[in-house]
Design a protein around this ligand. Structure first.
Ligand code: ASP
Ligand code: MG
Length: 453
């Protein structure tokens, strides 16, 4: 079996779904499990819907619900206009899900309260609707298709909005349900992102979580391959919105791909790699607008080439220097600083210490940070440097790549902190935000030999 996941832009309209059907048709022999996202922008609309219901804005709620209905009705009519019976069956299913949503949202509106559990229930509807329509569209095109509710398969903890799967239960569910129910059909369609808790309440795997779903299904089925279909030709050597002349990464290891996601490259949900790596299932990142492109293959490190793969960045970073007048020692410095950060769950991205100083790299918009800083100021001097960014060069054995540090300093003017990650997969530099885009292009050119014009 293989798992094929299609993201929101790959299923956004009639033309896109037509391409999906053509792509899947080519692979029927490999018995695909097709995992779909909500139509592009629908999850965002549902988040707004949840907020407006909490704020008891009944009129806006009504308007958003009718936008949602219109979009899915319109798409169903376009895809199934040629077969009135299938269209009717599809619209009945769509209406059933919309009615259930409407009733639920009505309840939220009435009480004016939105729990994470209720929010998960609301925002899961996008995938339920898209998968329903796509499954009917497969049937209409002569591919027999069975729709499965992912909530019956992926069982999670109670962290409703970024739920984590309970892998053993999930594996058993997936094997049982797909094994029994996919017999006699060409393929099975299910939802990404959507799951349920052990008690049976809807949960979701966090934004962009459909990639993660696909990897979980792949792991549970021992799939031959997981395909992630997007709208770019695979993973890039840099973000094409910042660097002009990026190249495609042909082959990359699980560890490097995970490091890219962790360091801000927005290709895959950061947790996607682990389930695939655990069972050594190759992931291919492909482009539904250009299906003949081979995309990027993510495999084991010993089967993929060494050397730099990509430059990534995170903007909106705060650099913090904590200095003590005394020589406290590294252990005490870290201990005293983290005693304030840890209880407040302040997400430190990088940290370094000397006997009397600690340097921290933290996202700028973290709650409770000021409180922690005030406490630290009772015994240390704390300096905040705002408007920083982290530039990361990712690749196995990146330390062997000469001249990187010098080049970053000369391009950015100043490096506040340089650090090689503990797994040696990335070299990271904290620099001024306003020098980020130039430095990124320059470093990309230096490494990959494609200087931006
Ligand atoms: N629809 C969800 C989102 O927009 C999950 C996904 O598409 O991966 O975040
Ligand atoms: Mg995505």
């Amino acid at each position: 079996m293989i798992v094929m996941k299609f993201g929101g832009t790959s299923v956004q309209d009639e033309a896109a779904i037509g391409r999906v059907i053509a792509i899947v048709r080519e692979r029927l022999r490999e018995r695909p499990l097709v995992v779909v996202s909500a139509l592009a922008r629908v999850t965002r609309l549902l988040c707004d819907l949840a907020d407006e219901a909490r704020d008891q804005h009944e009129e806006v709620v009504r308007d958003l619900l009718s936008q949602l209905r219109e979009r899915h009705y319109d798409l169903s009519r376009k895809l199934l206009g040629g077969s009135p019976e299938l269209l009717q069956a599809c619209l009945e299913d769509v209406e059933k899900h919309l009615k259930a949503l409407q009733t639920f949202v009505g309840g939220v509106c009435l009480i004016g309260e939105l729990s994470p559990r209720s929010e998960a229930r609301i925002i899961s509807t996008g995938e339920i609707l898209s998968s329903t329509i796509i499954s009917h569209a497969f049937n209409a095109s002569g591919i027999s298709c069975h729709w499965v509710d992912a909530r019956r398969m992926i069982t999670t903890d109670d962290n409703y909005l970024s739920a984590r799967p309970l892998m053993d239960v999930t594996r058993a569910n997936v094997k049982r349900i797909i094994g029994l129910e996919s017999r006699g059909t060409d393929l099975t369609v299910t939802q990404g992102f959507v799951a349920s808790t052990e008690a049976g309440a809807t949960s979701v795997l966090g934004f962009e979580g459909s990639d993660y779903s696909a990897a979980i299904f792949g792991m549970a089925l021992g799939a031959e391959r997981v395909e992630i279909w997007t709208d770019v030709d695979g993973m890039r050597t840099a973000d094409p919105r910042v660097v002009q002349s990026t190249g495609k990464i042909d082959v990359i290891s699980y560890e490097e791909a995970a490091e890219m996601a962790a360091m801000g490259a927005r290709v895959l949900h950061p947790l996607t790699i682990e389930p695939a790596r655990s069972r050594n299932i190759p992931i291919r990142v492909l482009n539904s607008m250009n299906p003949s492109c081979e995309g990027t293959l993510i495999i084991r490190g010993d089967e993929s080439p060494d050397g730099p793969k990509s430059v990534a960045f995170r903007d909106g970073i705060l650099f913090v220097k904590v200095s003590s007048a005394k020589l406290e020692g590294v252990t005490d410095m870290f201990g005293k600083v983290f005693a304030e950060l840890y209880p407040r769950r302040i997400p430190v991205m990088l940290a370094k210490a000397t006997e009397s100083e600690v340097y921290l790299v933290i996202p700028e918009d973290v709650p409770c940070l000021e409180e922690a800083v005030t406490r630290l100021r009772s015994w240390a001097e704390v300096t905040l440097f705002r408007d920083k960014a982290i530039l990361s060069v990712i690749g196995r054995n990146i330390v062997g790549f000469e001249g990187l540090g010098d080049k970053v300093i000369s391009l950015s003017g100043k490096v506040y902190l340089a650090n090689v990650s503990a797994n040696m997969m990335s070299e990271n530099f904290v620099i001024d935000s306003d020098r980020l885009s130039g430095t990124l292009s320059g470093i990309h050119g230096y490494i990959f030999g494609k200087e931006d014009a």
